[in-house]
Design a binder for this molecule. Structure first.
Ligand SMILES: [Zn+2]
Length: 185
């Protein structure tokens, strides 16, 4: 998810590799005339940080939870720049508006967090939230038993979300909460 306000942008998760990340950064810079002021990986997997080197090349600061950093290091992810850390909640100013990242519990991974932009009532669920008709996907690091309970907590927090963006596939609305909860029950 890319949130833009006052020509500033915050990105949740990199495109999967350096090449597509460079294209993405160029698009935001040249077409949207905006400066990316922060990258927030929503968990430690490659589909969230695969292009982090390109973001570091462009001096875009990364904000990651302590849990995510621990797992990135454990999985020998190369990080050349210091990362700004947070525990369970992050609030970033983006011009005169705010964007949020929050940890609700384990699911797709132990560290997965969710992004939120109140002005559009938009939730970025990442791989914790599934598109309609999706299967369970990569569950090698998953906490299947508590996944639904974690999504219940997110649903309680954002009951009227208008835009729900999953990690893969089509975005939708609050029906993605219920689909995901059922899938892992
Ligand atoms: Zn993942």
């Amino acid at each position: 998810m890319l949130v833009i306000n006052e020509n500033k942008g915050v990105v949740f998760d990199t495109p999967t590799d350096d090449k597509s990340s460079l294209e993405f950064i160029n698009f935001v810079t040249n077409e949207l005339k905006s400066e990316i002021i922060g990258l927030i990986p929503t968990h430690f997997h490659k589909d969230c940080v695969g292009g982090i080197a390109e973001f570091e090349n462009h001096n875009i600061p990364t904000y990651a939870s302590n849990q995510t950093i621990k797992l990135l290091k454990k999985n020998s992810q190369k990080l050349s720049k210091p990362i700004k850390t947070f525990d369970k909640n992050l609030i970033l100013d983006i011009g005169n508006k705010k964007v949020y990242a929050k940890y609700f519990g384990e699911g797709h991974t132990k560290d997965n967090i969710v992004g939120y932009f109140p002005d559009d009532d938009a939730v970025f669920g990442g791989c914790l939230i599934k598109e309609i008709d999706a299967n369970k996907g990569n569950i090698e690091d998953a906490s299947i038993k508590v996944w639904s309970a974690t999504v219940e907590k997110i649903k309680l927090k954002y009951p009227s979300a208008k835009i729900m963006i999953p990690g893969h596939g089509k975005s939708g609305g609050v029906e993605l909460f219920d689909y995901t909860i059922k899938l892992f029950e």
